[in-house]
Structure formats: structure tokens, C-alpha cells
Design a protein around this ligand. Structure first.
Ligand code: BES
Ligand code: ZN
Length: 995
């Protein structure tokens, strides 16, 4: 048992971040101001002062009492995580203390007087600048040394952009671009300054109504200020014009360059944008906040031989020395949704409900576009009807970009994708198609949730991402039933529950200010918990009422911005108080554990926070409004069987017929909670399932398995009780329960394996025994329905990774046939990864795969080859360096490679060393806080389970000079390791006895 209290004792990472300076001021920019240095350090502006925040504790945190700043002299042997003793004893002060106290008082009083009588002055490196008002004392220094007239990361509200005219000219030879932007603004209050965003742009000329204007820049906040000699007047409209130039970015955001090698071996270049969340400012000066919507008229200059695309249809083409494309004026939209591309792509298209839908890719891959086009057309029609609002643009482009970091991006009318998420070959498996369909479903849903109606600020990002994720699953379920997405939705909910059971989790709506915090919002809470809570609401209200509310919400707020309450208020409040209910799910972190106790007809239920605790004393008195659904032995598999009880208090009771034998709560796991049935309840349920598992739906069986494992992690049940239920798996053949059991057991195996614990092999044998018949009976040739493919690939991936001979022999056989056919023999898509991974273990196999990888143009297959190459037990071959350099493996694949390398014992420490050694380069490519960084940190550390490694991880991030130590995922990583250690301490003995 480790004595680790950091997760309860330390401030929540997000609270902590709130209280640190929004952007620590660069020493060079700092105004050394004697009176309110705290304000200065915190970067607070006049509007941001909050009395409640001004407590001693927060300054103490700033002064380094957070664990991130603790002395690095701590060593593991000295238990770096031991609670720091707090002396609370009350004793009489000694004379020396009294004297010291008087001295301190005198010093404080003198300093106060000096400050009071000093001429008002701001000390900078250059000396004392006399300034007029006290507010200016906290202004930062602009690049040219003058005071920058704004002190907040958020832009002032009294200047509103109305329209942008943007002309962009990328030069794909010099990899630079030039731009001119004219922004029409409405002024709501008299002001001499206009503050807006700009990052990395050389602005050469600024005029307003044709008069030149002075510009100041404050780089840390990516802001510029235009200063006017006289007030801009309230109620007036002005036009700001700026000329500028910049380099096309080498990262994945802003206006960036991308390239690929065509069939003829020639390198081709292109330029594309990725603005969400904060990168529109890297392509043109703008008011880069989601609520500052405006219209855009975009013109692009390009060389012949390329095409250009933007959000709107093209209206004009002028040929001078280059070509000038002009696009229609856009609808009112947020800056992060603006997009443009200059490339030599080809396309296919089709009309769907008056919108011309086109899909684009590099010319060599044009025959991989059919599936995506079909999906987009079907889904567009589906959403038009479902939401009752027609997609407002006349065209919709979906474009696969060779270098792309996210999965896809919902730019209005110009959705961009990774090649992997848009393109599928003729022979691609249903699993590959499922990826394409669901990514399109997600991004198309954003055209309503996010584009038409946008969150006011990034704290409510979940309104975009949670909704799009919910729609992704529910629309694919309806429109493409053959893709059997239900299992994936269910396992996504299990994953989300697991992540939200940590103390380092956060509420769905979370305050954010800094760019890193905004990046961090793209996490499993916004996406997966967001989608899970929407599912809970829709199954409580009924789907019909849910979509009615949704349509009303979209109609009421179209072209506007919203927050949580606006959404909840759009649902009928009579039957359930939706606002109160949903606030309990979105404004507090975590979820409830419901404990059920039944004596005859009387059922008592109680709730508590399901919190995996590193320190057992952590307390939470949070309550949720839980729509508690249940079925019982008399009727259990149809939705009509379900009863609903709304549990709002800590405890409640209700009645059921006396003769009920067992009850299953949380029907199909549609609710976001875990249930403990108590000794008797579990016994009855397990017996029933063992007797005939079909008394419950497959989702409910998977739910029981998931809840048992969760309760054993919480220490409420022993691992033996889990094993007791798993016996029934012999009769199970549905994907959801089997893959859930396999995932949970394999997780434990991997933890043991990474410690080189002797129990690992017993665990492996236990798992193999449990699943051996199912593993051996899988076919290796046939195409199967999708859920059978998912089961087959999960079973065989584990079997072959465990070295089960039957599996490795069969895989090797298929691999050799594939090699003999020179890579032309078809392997079912779901089996490719396992076959290639076995093949990659020999030198010749690895070489052959690398060859094929470099030449193949089917990206879905290439990723499977890459994962296989990275699964090599020889760490010299795992391609980490190659990917970081972006040579023949693109840098965007680094998270995938790390993920794969960490699965092996051989690779996992190597991967962690690699991350540590290359942290600087990694964070240059992937922004701090971004999903890629979260993924890299979690996949390299989440299977650690020793004090030594916990210490290493903490120490590594603590000593970074960047902002990485503030990331929530760093806390999550450390908490996960500490919990792993704790789990080992309390379960190894049981495992030893029972395996
Ligand atoms: N809006 C996001 C893209 C994005 C992600 C922008 C992170 C900025 C930061 C897009 O809608 C999205 O969610 N993409 C997903 C894929 C999707 C199918 C779940 C992604 O990139 O992972
Ligand atoms: Zn999204």
C-alpha cells in the first residue's frame, strides 16, 4: 500500500491552472511593478479580478507549494509522495518570535508608505516610466517596448467583427504566403484601441478607412493592438485593412504545407489549413474566438496546375499572371471553421438534397473515394430530415489531406480528413468502412452542432464534440445497420467510465483560459462522456422527445452561440427537470456508484461518487440525478420491460413484486453509472446468467462484466468473484461481453507482464483457457459480418500476442502465402494486423512489410503494416526515430507507433525513454495539451506499476521548462500509475491463490 495523498491533497490541476498566470509573462516583457506584482504574475486584467480567488492559498500555490514544484531532491526511497506534515499545534510564541513579528510589521509598514508616496511609476528594465492610471501598471510590454493596452487573454467585447475580406496567395515554391485582410467592425463603446489576434504574421501595413494606424504586438498572448489617436465612436462601423506575409507552417496547424510522393516518384506539395481551436490567427489577423462570428469573402491566388478550395462555392475565376479564385460570401461563422486548400487534387461528386457533395484526394487515390461519397450523401440527407434544418450551403467538399494530425475537421462546407479516415479500397473490410462512415457521420453532425450553433466559449466544447460523437454512433446505427456500430458505442462508454473514475478527471464543462487548456478540452470527457450523457438523456426522455428538443435548440439558436443551459432548457421540463438533472452530470466530475439492497419487495438504493482512490480518505459528497432503469427475471430483454426510478437523493426505497428473483439495473448500460448489487444480488444475477445467459441482452451481460471489474478495482469485490461470473463465458458467443472480458483480463496481464511478475504467465494461461475454444474455432479466410470480425480480430490478436501456437502457426501460414504472392493475395482486413504482426517478427518478414508499406497506396492497410512493423520485439526496428523525423514514416503516425511499441514488454521502457529524450521535438510537432500529446503520455505510462517509474514520471514533468507539467493528463498518468501500484499491492495475493 503506498501512502500517496497527492491526488486529494493537491489542487485540482485545472483549478491550479486557473490560478497560474494565463501565460507566464516573458521576463523580457515584464513590467516590474512594485505595487501589485501578484496581479501581474497572474496576468489578470481589470475584468478578471475575483475576490474569492484572492486568498492566501492560491498565492501559496503560485509560490510553489504544488507537488509539481516540490523539491526535486526527493528520491523514491524517501517516498516522494508521502504527505507533508502540517503542523497545526497551537503553542505560545517565544520572545524571539514576537520580536521577529514586530520587525516584520515595521518593514511592511515602511514599504507601504514608500509605495504610497512614490510617484506613480512602472519599473521596467529601462527604468521608471511614468504612467497615468493604476490600471496601466499591470499592462504588459509590447514587442517594441511600449505598454500593450490590454491585459486579458479574452478579447474585449466592445469591438465586434462583422465581415472579413481575405485575399491569400500561397507560394508553393518558397513555402510562404502573402495575405491582405479587411475586417469590418462594429464599435459598441468609444475606444482608442482595437485588440485582435495574430500569430507568426509579419504585418507590414495597417490602415483604417485608408489612414495608417499604429500597431503593437504582444506575442505571448498572440494579440495585436491597433492604436488610434482619437476615439473610434460607439455605434460606428470601421474597416481595418492589414497586409502581411508568413511562412507556410511545418506543423499541422494554421496554413501549413503538406506533401506526398506520386506514382511517378515525384514529390508534390500542397497547402491546407487547420484552425481549430486557435490557429486561424496564424493565417490572418482576426478576432479568433468562437463567439465572434462574421461573414467571410475569400479570394485565393494560385498557380495553374493547382485547384483551390474554400468553405463556399467558387463564383469567379480571373486569370492574370496567376489565377485568382473568388468564393461566395460565407454564412456567419466562427473563425475556427474557416478553411482553404491549394493542391492538385481530383474529385468525384454527386448531388444530395440540392447540395453538391464532392470528395477529393490526391490523383492516384481517386478510385478510393466511392465509399466516402456514398456515405456523405446518405448522411447529409439523413441529418437534413432528422434535424429539420437543411444544410445551408450549396456545396460540401470532403478532402483527404496527406499530412493531417486530427482524425478529421468539420470546417463549414470544406471538411478535411486524414487519408485513413476518408479513403477505402475496393477490397477494404467492413471494419475499415466503419471508420470512414463514422468519421463522416461525426463531421457532418458538426455542420449543425458546432457550425450552425456554436458554443460561446471553449469551456463548453462538449456541446460540439459530445454531440457530434453521440450523432456519430446513433446515425451510423440507423443509416448503416450493417456496420453494427452498437458494440463500439458500448465499449466507448465503458472506457469513458474508467477515465472518469479518477480524481484527476474534470467536469464536462470546465473553465479554460490558456491555449494549452483549450487544447486539453479535446479529451475523452468532452467527446465520450459528453456522448454518454446525451445517450442517457435520450433514453430517459425517449428518442422522439430528445430529437424534438434538439431540433428546437438548433432552430432557436441557429447562427448563434450557446452554453449548457440553453441546451437543457430546450427539452420539456415537466416530466423531469432536465436542467437540474443534467447539471449534475455536466458541472461536476465523476459519476455515481449505485448500491442496491433488496429484502423481499423492498428495494433500497443509495449513491456515492465512484472514485478510484489513491488515498482512502478522499471524500466527495456529490449527488447526481440518476435515471435508474431496471429489469427483472419476469421481463428482461425488451425496452418495454424497463422501469425507471429517478434517484436524486443519497438514498431511496421503492417496491417490486415480492417474487422477483433478480434485478438488473442500468438497462443496456445506457446510463452513466455503475451498480453494485451486494453479495445476495450478485449471487442471484450470476446464477441466472450461468443458467441461461440469454435472459439478459448482450449489452447487459457486458455491463455486468464491466461493473464487476470496476468494483474489484474499487476494492468492493474480490477478483475471485469476478472469476466466478466469467465461468459462464464458455456459453457466450456475442461480441460485446466477450471483448469486454478479454479487454479487462488482458489489461491485468499486461500490468503483470510489464513488471515481469511470475504471475503473468499464470494469468496468460487462465485467459487462454477461458477463450481457447473460441480462438481455435475462428476461420482465417472468410469475410464475416462486422461484429464477428471484431470478435475474431480481438481474440486472435490476444492469442498470437500471447504466443498461442495454433494462432501463430496459422498467422505465419497466411503471411507466407501473402509473401509468396508478392503482396497480392488478399487477407481479410480484420486479420491483416494479426497476420502482419506475426510476420514482422522475422527479419525477412519485417523487410518485406517495410517494402510494401513504402509502396502501398491504401492507407488503411498501410497503418496495419506500420503497427506490425512497430510490434517488432527488436526495438531497433520500431521506427520511432523515423517517424519523429518524418522520413518515410509520417510524423502524424508517431502516436500510433508509440501506442504499439508500448504493448510489448521489450518496447515499453524504450518508448518512455524515447519520449523523455525527444520531448522538445515532440512538443514542437504536437502542441502541448493536444490530443496527440495526451495520447503519447497515457500510452507510454499507463501500464507502469512501480514506485520507481511513478517517481520518474513525476520528476520528468516537474523538471520541464514548458507548460507540460500543468496538463491534466500528466496528473491522470501519475494517478493511474499510483492506482496500478495499489491494485498490485492488494490483489497479487488473491491472484496467486486463484490462478
Ligand atoms: N473538431 C475536431 C477536430 C479537432 C480535434 C480539432 C482536436 C482540434 C483539435 C473533429 O470534429 C474531431 O472530433 N475529430 C476527431 C475524429 C472524430 C471522428 C472523432 C479526431 O480528430 O480525433
Ligand atoms: Zn468533432
Amino acid at each position: 500500500m503506498i501512502e500517496n495523498s497527492m491526488f486529494e491533497e493537491e489542487p485540482d490541476v485545472l483549478d491550479l491552472a486557473k490560478e497560474t498566470p494565463a501565460y507566464p509573462l516573458d521576463p523580457d516583457d515584464m513590467v516590474y511593478e512594485p505595487r501589485s506584482s501578484r496581479l501581474l504574475v497572474r496576468g489578470l486584467g481589470e475584468n478578471d479580478m475575483d475576490e474569492e480567488e484572492e486568498d492566501y492559498e492560491s498565492s501559496a500555490r503560485l509560490l510553489g507549494m504544488s507537488f509539481m514544484n516540490r523539491s526535486s531532491s526527493l528520491r523514491p526511497s524517501a517516498s516522494p509522495y508521502a504527505r507533508q506534515e502540517q503542523s497545526s499545534s497551537c503553542t505560545m510564541p517565544s520572545n524571539r518570535t514576537l520580536l521577529l513579528g514586530v520587525f516584520v510589521l515595521v518593514v511592511v509598514a515602511s514599504v507601504a508608505m514608500v509605495i504610497y508616496f512614490l510617484p506613480k511609476c512602472t519599473l521596467t528594465k529601462e527604468g521608471c516610466h511614468t504612467v497615468n492610471t493604476s490600471m496601466e501598471l499591470i499592462y504588459p510590454r509590447a514587442t517594441n517596448g511600449e505598454l500593450f493596452p490590454w491585459t486579458s487573454l479574452r478579447l474585449p467585447v466592445y469591438v465586434q467583427p462583422v465581415h472579413y475580406d481575405l485575399l491569400i496567395h500561397p507560394n508553393l515554391t518558397t513555402m510562404t504566403f502573402q495575405g491582405t485582410v479587411s475586417i469590418t467592425i462594429d464599435v459598441l463603446n468609444d475606444t482608442k484601441n482595437v485588440i485582435l489576434h495574430s500569430s507568426g504574421l509579419q504585418i507590414t501595413n495597417v490602415t483604417v478607412q485608408d489612414k495608417e494606424v499604429k500597431k503593437l504586438e504582444y506575442q505571448p498572448w498572440q494579440q495585436i493592438a491597433l492604436k488610434f489617436p482619437e476615439d473610434l465612436k460607439k455605434g460606428q462601423t470601421y474597416v481595418l485593412t492589414m497586409e502581411y506575409s508568413a511562412n507556410l507552417s511545418n506543423s499541422y496547424s494554421g496554413f501549413y504545407n503538406s506533401s506526398y510522393v506520386d506514382k511517378g516518384g515525384n514529390k508534390r506539395v500542397l497547402a491546407a489549413t487547420q484552425f481549430e481551436p486557435l490557429a486561424a490567427r496564424k493565417a490572418f489577423p482576426c478576432f479568433d474566438e468562437p463567439a465572434l462570428k462574421a461573414t467571410f469573402l475569400i479570394k485565393i491566388k494560385r498557380e495553374t496546375g493547382y485547384i483551390s478550395l474554400s468553405n463556399m462555392p467558387k463564383v469567379l475565376l480571373t486569370v492574370l499572371n496567376a489565377v485568382l479564385d473568388e468564393f461566395e460570401k460565407s454564412v456567419r461563422m466562427s473563425t475556427y471553421l474557416v478553411a482553404f486548400i491549394v493542391a492538385n487534387f481530383t474529385q468525384i461528386n454527386q448531388i444530395a438534397s440540392d447540395t453538391l457533395v464532392s470528395v477529393y484526394a490526391v490523383p492516384d487515390k481517386v478510385d478510393q473515394l466511392d465509399y466516402a461519397l456514398g456515405c456523405a450523401v446518405k448522411l447529409l440527407k439523413f441529418y437534413n430530415t432528422l434535424f429539420g434544418i437543411k444544410f445551408p450551403l450549396k456545396k460540401l467538399d470532403l478532402v483527404a489531406i496527406p499530412d493531417f494530425l486530427a482524425g478529421a475537421m468539420e470546417n463549414w462546407g470544406l471538411i478535411t480528413f486524414r487519408e485513413r479516415t476518408l479513403l477505402v479500397g475496393n477490397h477494404s473490410s467492413l471494419m475499415d468502412k466503419q471508420v470512414v462512415a463514422s468519421v463522416i457521420a461525426h463531421e457532418l453532425a458538426h455542420q449543425w452542432f458546432g457550425n450552425l450553433v456554436t458554443m460561446k466559449w471553449w469551456n463548453d466544447l462538449w456541446l460540439n464534440e459530445g454531440f457530434a460523437t453521440y450523432m456519430e454512433y446513433t446515425s451510423v446505427e440507423k443509416v448503416f445497420p450493417e456496420l453494427e456500430i452498437g458494440n463500439d458505442f458500448l465499449s466507448m462508454r465503458f472506457k469513458s467510465l474508467a477515465e472518469d473514475s479518477l480524481n484527476s478527471s474534470r467536469p464536462i464543462s470546465t473553465e479554460v483560459a490558456t491555449p494549452e487548456q483549450v487544447e486539453e478540452m479535446f479529451d475523452s470527457v468532452s467527446y465520450e462522456k459528453g456522448a454518454s450523457t446525451l445517450l442517457m438523456l435520450s433514453s430517459t426522455l425517449t428518442e422522439e422527445k430528445f430529437y424534438k428538443g434538439v431540433s428546437e435548440y438548433l432552430e432557436k439558436y441557429r447562427n448563434m452561440n450557446t452554453d449548457n443551459e440553453d441546451l437543457w432548457n430546450s427539452f420539456p421540463q415537466e416530466e423531469y427537470n432536465v436542467v437540474d438533472m443534467m447539471n449534475t452530470w455536466t458541472l461536476q466530475k465523476g459519476f455515481p456508484l449505485v448500491t442496491v439492497n433488496r429484502t423481499g419487495a423492498q428495494v433500497s438504493v443509495s449513491q456515492e461518487h465512484f472514485l478510484l482512490k489513491v488515498n482512502k480518505t478522499a471524500k466527495s459528497s456529490d449527488l447526481w440525478h440518476i435515471p435508474l432503469t431496471y429489469v427483472n427475471d419476469s421481463c428482461s430483454t425488451s425496452p418495454n420491460c424497463t422501469q425507471l426510478f429517478l434517484l436524486k437523493d443519497k438514498t431511496a426505497t421503492f417496491k417490486v413484486p415480492k417474487n422477483v428473483k433478480w434485478m438488473k439495473f442500468n438497462f443496456r448500460n445506457n446510463g452513466f453509472y455503475i451498480v453494485n448489487y451486494g453479495e445476495e444480488g450478485w449471487r442471484a444475477l450470476i446464477e441466472a446468467v450461468k443458467e441461461n445467459h440469454e435472459v439478459l441482452t448482450p449489452e447487459d451481460r457486458a455491463s455486468l462484466i464491466n461493473n464487476l471489474f470496476a468494483l474489484s478495482r474499487l476494492g468492493k469485490l474480490s477478483f475471485k468473484q469476478v472469476m466466478n461470473l466469467l465461468v459462464y463465458l464458455e456459453h457466450e458467443n456475442h461480441t460485446a461481453p466477450l471483448t469486454e472480458a478479454l479487454y479487462q483480463l488482458d489489461r491485468i496481464y499486461r500490468l503483470l507482464d510489464k513488471r515481469q511478475d511470475l504471475l503473468a504467465s499464470s494469468m496468460k494461461n487462465y485467459i487462454l483457457n477461458l477463450f481457447v475454444d473460441k480462438m481455435n474455432s475462428q476461420s482465417w479466410e472468410q469475410d464475416l459480418p462486422l461484429s464477428k470480425q471484431e470478435l475474431r480480430s480481438a481474440l486472435l490478436e490476444v492469442a498470437c500476442r500471447y504466443g498461442q501456437k495454433n494462432c501463430t502457426d496459422r498467422a505465419e501460414h497466411v503471411f507466407l502465402q501473402w509473401v509468396a504472392s508478392n503482396g497480392t493475395e488478399r487477407i481479410p482486413g480484420d486479420l491483416m494486423k494479426v497476420v502482419f504482426s506475426v510476420g514482422a517478427q522475422s527479419n525477412a518478414g519485417w523487410e518485406m512489410l517495410l517494402q510494401t508499406y513504402t509502396h502501398s497506396i491504401v492507407d488503411a492497410d498501410r497503418r496495419k503494416m506500420l503497427a506490425a512493423l512497430a510490434s517488432s520485439q527488436d526495438v531497433r526496428k520500431v521506427l520511432l526515430q523515423e517517424s519523429l523525423q518524418g522520413s518515410y514514416v509520417k510524423t502524424q503516425e508517431l502516436p500510433l507507433i508509440l501506442h504499439t511499441v508500448c504493448r510489448n514488454f521489450a518496447g515499453h521502457l524504450y518508448a518512455w525513454d524515447f519520449v523523455k529524450e525527444n520531448w522538445g521535438k515532440i512538443t514542437q510537432k504536437f502542441p502541448i495539451g493536444s490530443f496527440a500529446i495526451q495520447d503519447i503520455i497515457m500510452s507510454t505510462t499507463s501500464y507502469f506499476s512501480t514506485e520507481r517509474l511513478l517517481w520518474e514520471v513525476e520528476n520528468f514533468f516537474r523538471s520541464r521548462r514548458d507548460k507540460s507539467s500543468k496538463m491534466r493528463c500528466v496528473h491522470e498518468a501519475m494517478e493511474t500509475i499510483a492506482l496500478n501500484i495499489q491494485w498490485m499491492d492488494s490483489n497479487l495475493e488473491t491472484l496467486r491463490k486463484n490462478l
